[in-house]
Design a protein around this ligand. Structure first.
Ligand code: NGQ
Ligand code: ZN
Length: 437
């Protein structure tokens, strides 16, 4: 029999707002009761937040952070992608596990407690499948297991280099499957996820560039659970989609797929007012990755006009932090609209939307996984702050410096801002990078 554990917060952000003197009772990794107005008991902390879901990550890209920021001509998303393809050529399964462990450790230290890994680096350097087609997926699961982060594994179906079923390019050879291969990969992903306490598996057609309409139908029909797709990230992608189909990417998807609660549309940067309204009404989640979208020069999501669900993702992992993503989400709106305080309750909305996109229940509430973050009330930005001022100060004035402890599925994996396995994870990552660079 597992005994219950108690964590108590002077103030905590619950699904219906801030509460005082909150006792959280945990059993076997899950919250079984949240009781405001209780006396101090158990492990006591000043400020409790629900852990932030990270709905979109390519873990391996953490290892190329800082290597693509030098001007070399007319640099664009597409030239970055060529550099990324070259970088990916040399990564072994051991490398992928080492960098994923680093990224997931940094996510936990940065306030993210679950990751949606949009996983597409499937095959060996020559493009041949490994003996186990899900070898790389198993390495992702191993990194999640080692660090303790919650995993929603999103194996990616990738088959083409452009709209209309164009053949894949040489640089994409490690990503490519046919439908039968993908079915076997999905099966392997289910097995890899089954070893973790609360991992879930979804499906991820890479983009409308990389799948045909028939493949999109086949892949989304293969299992229940989350469906994630990259969409309308770049203007050229919108133009190519219009040339191919007469419709814009989000418009095409809403017209041809049953886009609803299962779906997460990653980026959805370039939309008309009509698409923005339709996406909100569809009940899908917009998967916003503000740091990467800025880093890659994508554009600005029309957040001020969007009333639907959204969550945040660290995508390329060039910089990892929940507060960093939320801050840039709001700042991009301010810069482009020349206004202030455009979005409201960003933290709460990103928790709810992110959890939905990752197929789990959200927040500090009975039934949810005990995924929690405590902030250091003695951080200069947090002194004397109560309620919404706490999240505002965390996002705009402190960032991950203010994170004290992080619990994942009831286990404290970060204390004093540091992950319990930091030394071992760093040692392996350093050895890998010294060999690669
Ligand atoms: C990816 N990343 O799959 O890693 C993509 C780039 C593509 C982002 N979209 C490749 N941020 O979209 O073709
Ligand atoms: Zn992506």
């Amino acid at each position: 029999m597992m005994s219950n554990e108690t964590v108590w917060f002077e103030q905590a952000l619950l699904p219906d707002g801030w509460a005082r003197d909150v006792r959280v009772t945990i059993s076997a990794g899950r919250i079984i009761e949240v009781a405001p107005g209780t006396a101090r008991a158990g492990d006591c902390h000043a400020i409790g937040l629900p852990g932030m879901p990270n709905l979109h990550s390519h873990a391996f890209q953490r290892a190329m952070a800082g290597l693509t920021e030098r001007r070399s001509g007319d640099d664009t998303f597409w030239s970055w992608r060529e550099v990324m393809y070259r970088f990916v050529e040399r990564l072994t399964p051991d490398d992928v596990e080492a960098v994923a462990a680093l990224a997931y450790m940094e996510m936990l230290e940065g306030g993210f407690t679950r990751v949606g890994e949009f996983h597409y680096l499937h095959h060996d350097s020559d493009g041949r499948t490994f003996g186990d087609i899900a070898e790389m997926a198993a390495r992702i699961a191993a990194a999640a297991d080692e660090t303790g982060i919650g995993l929603t594994l999103l194996p990616v179906f990738y088959a083409h280099s452009g709209f209309g079923g164009q053949p894949p390019s040489h640089g994409q050879r490690r990503f490519i499957n046919d439908i039968d291969g993908y079915a076997r990969l999905l099966d392997g992903c289910r097995k890899a996820a089954a070893a973790l306490p609360d991992a879930t598996v979804g499906v991820a057609p890479h983009s409308l560039r990389a799948v045909t309409p028939e493949e999109l139908t086949a892949v989304t029909g293969m299992k229940d659970g989350p469906v994630h797709i990259h969409i309308a990230e770049q203007v050229r992608e919108v133009e190519d989609c219009v040339a191919w189909s007469g419709a814009r990417p989000v418009e095409w998807l809403l017209d041809h797929a049953e886009v609803g609660r299962r779906w997460c549309l990653v980026h959805a940067t370039h939309m008309t007012g009509d698409e923005t309204g339709r996406l909100a009404r569809s009940d899908a989640v917009a998967g916003l990755c503000p740091v990467t979208e800025a880093d890659l020069g994508d554009g600005v999501f029309p957040a001020a006009d969007y009333t639907g669900a959204y969550g945040i993702g660290s995508d390329s992992n060039v910089l990892i932090g929940a507060a960093d993503e939320l801050r840039l989400l709001e700042y991009a709106q301010r810069l482009s609209l020349r206004k202030r305080n455009v979005l409201e309750q960003m933290y709460e909305r990103a928790v709810a939307g992110g959890a939905r996109a990752l197929g789990v229940s959200a927040g500090l509430a009975a039934g949810a996984s005990a995924d929690m973050v405590s902030l250091d009330a003695s951080h200069p930005a947090l002194i004397g702050k109560i309620g919404d001022r706490v999240t505002d100060s965390y996002v705009f004035a402190a960032g991950k410096d203010a994170i004290d402890c992080v619990w994942r599925h009831g286990r404290k994996v970060v204390s004093g801002g540091r992950h319990f396995a930091r030394q071992a994870v760093m040692r392996r990552y350093r050895a890998m990078m010294e060999r690669l660079l």
